[in-house]
Design a protein around this ligand. Structure first.
Ligand code: KG4
Ligand code: ZN
Length: 339
């Protein structure tokens, strides 16, 4: 069994092959350079670039794995959530290819892809576990008991953590993509100069809120500018305080989710999961609890085709038999049917 996975929900074109032997090949084209001059993702440019890149990337993975299209058992694609035009490019391409090859086409939830990404690694974690999904569009905690059995425990009531990183990067003039830029600036920051609030950690529950932190950051920068104290060091110090606040908030809620559910495994997925400081702090907190943390390799933290190929493979093995429709759902809560 070999499944081709196609990811086009936002600004990365990801393509991969997952088979009985594991991951056979994967390729990624990042559109970061295309969108950088606009300071964020331009949906129409994203769709057009996916159209340009998909065929070549699919050919490349087939060649790398030494197989042809007729060896495929199914084609899986990200059906949502994401940008509708970008999703439709991947969905139409994948559905048509599956139809032409006479194999099943499998729509995959983007966040399920992220959530299963740590299972691509050797020695994968066993169910049940707590999953922290931290990306540009989502900050969510799930209890995962089995494939397809995802219970939402808490989520951000406003901005996602990655979105807060991206907006902070813009505010600090650090450029795009924001998360890695803020993280890099933070390494030069003084950890003792500012302390930013840890939103919603002083009350019970597992929800998050990051928009107040964004405003706090904005006000701090405005005050520094008004006092003529804005310079490279101040920028790094603010980046450091912001990162510490986001990381501390995420760590507190993960610890709470593990304790409240009596779980000993935490799985972290999504772009913000690449953050070094977050990993350090989560590792330390879980060690104290006698729990383990599992991450995908760095390149599979952000959007990629491997996680979609893997989720498609698992669903195919589970006997999922979808119909011929080309369906996408730009806003799609995990656990709800596609349509
Ligand atoms: O999962 P992902 O690639 O795309 C979405 O589905 O959103 O996540 C992208 C997000 C962006 O907001 C990006 O700024 C953030 O992940 N990110 C990071 C880091 N690397 C990527 N945030 C903080 N630190 C990082 N090292
Ligand atoms: Zn993503």
């Amino acid at each position: 069994m070999i499944v081709l996975g196609i990811e086009t929900s936002c600004d990365e074109t990801g393509v991969a092959l997952y088979g009985d032997q594991g991951l056979l090949a994967h390729r990624l084209h990042s559109q970061a350079a295309t969108h950088a001059e606009h300071g964020g993702v331009v949906p129409e440019l994203a769709s057009r670039d996916h159209v340009r890149k998909l065929t070549g990337l699919v050919r490349a993975v087939l060649q790398e794995a030494g197989i042809s299209g007729t060896d495929l058992s199914a084609v899986a694609w990200t059906a949502g959530p994401g940008l509708i035009g970008a999703l439709l490019v991947g969905a139409s391409f994948a559905r048509s290819l599956a139809y032409a090859l006479g194999v099943p086409g499998i729509p995959v939830h983007h966040m399920e892809g992220h959530l299963l990404a740590p299972l691509l690694e050797d020695n994968p974690p066993d169910w049940p576990f707590i999953a922290l999904l931290v990306s540009g569009g989502h900050t969510q905690l799930y209890r995962v008991d089995a494939l397809g059995d995802y219970l939402l425990l808490g989520e951000s009531l406003d901005d996602a953590a990655g979105e807060a990183f991206d907006k902070t990067a813009k505010l600090l003039d650090l450029g795009y993509p924001g998360g890695p830029k803020v993280a890099e600036a933070a390494t030069r920051g003084d950890p003792d100069r500012f302390t930013f609030p840890r939103p919603m950690t002083d009350r019970p529950g597992l929800d998050f809120s990051f928009s107040g932190l964004k405003t706090f950051t904005l006000n701090t920068v405005s005050d520094l500018k008004a006092a003529d104290a804005w310079n490279g060091q101040a920028c790094a110090d603010v980046a450091r305080a912001f990162e510490e606040a986001v990381v501390a908030t995420l760590v507190i809620k993960c610890r709470r989710a593990l304790q409240e559910n009596g779980m000993r495994t935490l799985v972290v997925a999504g772009g913000v999961g690449a953050n070094r400081r977050l990993r350090e702090q989560l590792n330390a907190a879980c060690e104290k609890l006698g729990a383990t943390v599992r991450y995908p390799r760095i390149e599979f933290c952000t959007d990629n085709g491997a996680m979609i190929a893997y989720a498609g493979y698992r669903h195919l093995a589970d006997g999922q038999a979808p119909d011929l429709a080309v369906r996408v759902r730009p806003r799609w809560p995990l656990g709800e049917p596609l349509s």
